[in-house]
Design a protein around this ligand. Structure first.
Ligand code: MLT
Length: 316
């Protein structure tokens, strides 16, 4: 009987990849870094896919993989997968919950600190040979009010990491009935969270209810001195409305790791803004996180195809 044929689409930790290739119960392809075309050529034989955010298993891609049984999202968010179509086709989907959460929470913290202390702009000016202390006077995070939108695994980790800064943390999350931490206050509306915070950090998944929810109306509730951070999903924020708020200085600044359309390669109007820090979806991009997500994905492939056990299934 032929072995399950696994296609690793978006790259993974080198050592984990090697250990996956060494698993004699499965066949892993590519056994090297492949182009998208090469991967597409492998799809007709694929029984399992391991993907990150770049590969988007939509109807078109799934139809090229008639033997597909299982997709693992090596990461948290599964919004890049057409899960309804997978379910129609009997294809199971899992993610690797928790494995990259610390990196995502730390990146949100790095973005807020960077906006507060103007670090990227100071760095850019020094590269141009300047020494302009006056232009880069920043603000402290200590004792500020931080609002966390979405209090799942990543939101809660951020809350824990913030404790050392002695900030006042509030959160909004309809799915969390009571605050799990004595130092974090649950608020009952996004309006309250956005109007009361010095910094708002977004940590909800992208679902129908969160699509475009951070819009003109909500942004207008924020203080002119406030900062918005998004290391969750781009489509949660209306980018045109964000642009207007930053351009007109109705909020002070923002740090964004995620965008309505990714990759964001072309110059957009967001690139013009000098109060917005952009990073290319780096939330989960640390060696540590990639090791952990890779390890979990490799174990889950073995569980599914060798032990007939489906772990960490995601259905919606
Ligand atoms: C995730 O959903 O896992 C994060 O956005 C990180 C990533 O996709 O690399």
């Amino acid at each position: 009987m032929s072995k399950p044929f696994i296609v690793v689409c978006d790259g993974m930790d080198k050592n984990i990849f090697e250990s996956l290739c060494a698993n004699e119960n499965i066949e892993v392809h590519p056994n090297k870094k492949c182009t998208q075309e090469e991967i597409e050529g492998l799809l007709p034989k694929a029984n399992g896919l391991i993907i990150r955010s770049a590969t988007k298993p939509n109807k078109e891609l799934i139809d090229k993989a008639p033997n597909l049984k299982y997709i693992i999202r090596a990461g948290e968010g599964t919004d890049n997968i057409d899960k309804a179509y997978c379910s129609e086709k009997g294809i199971k989907v899992s993610n690797t919950p928790g494995a990259n959460n610390n990196s995502a929470a730390e990146h949100a913290l790095a973005l807020m600190m960077s906006v507060l202390r103007k670090t990227p702009w100071a760095h850019a000016s020094m590269k141009e040979g300047q020494w302009n202390k006056a232009a880069f006077t920043g603000n402290e995070l200590w004792k500020k009010k931080v609002g966390i939108m979405g209090f799942g695994r990543i939101g809660q980790l951020l809350c824990k990491r913030l404790q050392g800064f002695e900030v006042e943390v509030s959160f909004f999350d309809p799915g969390v009935t009571e605050s799990p931490f004595s130092w974090a206050k649950k608020v009952n509306s996004l309006d309250e969270l956005f109007s009361d915070s010095d910094i708002v950090s977004i940590h909800t998944p992208l679902i129908e209810a969160t699509k475009g929810v951070v819009n003109k109306d909500l942004l207008s509730k924020m203080k002119p001195s406030s900062i918005l951070v998004n290391a969750a999903r781009g489509k949660i924020v209306n980018e045109a409305d964000l642009y207007d708020a930053l351009k007109n200085n109705t909020i002070r600044g923002a740090g964004f790791d995620v965008f309505e359309t990714e990759p964001l390669k072309e110059k957009t109007q967001l690139h013009e803004l000098d109060n917005l820090i952009l990073t290319p979806h780096l939330g989960g991009s640390t060696e540590e996180a990639q090791f952990r997500v890779g390890q979990m994905a490799a174990d889950q492939i073995n569980e599914f195809f060798v032990n007939n056990n489906l772990v960490n299934e995601v259905t919606s």
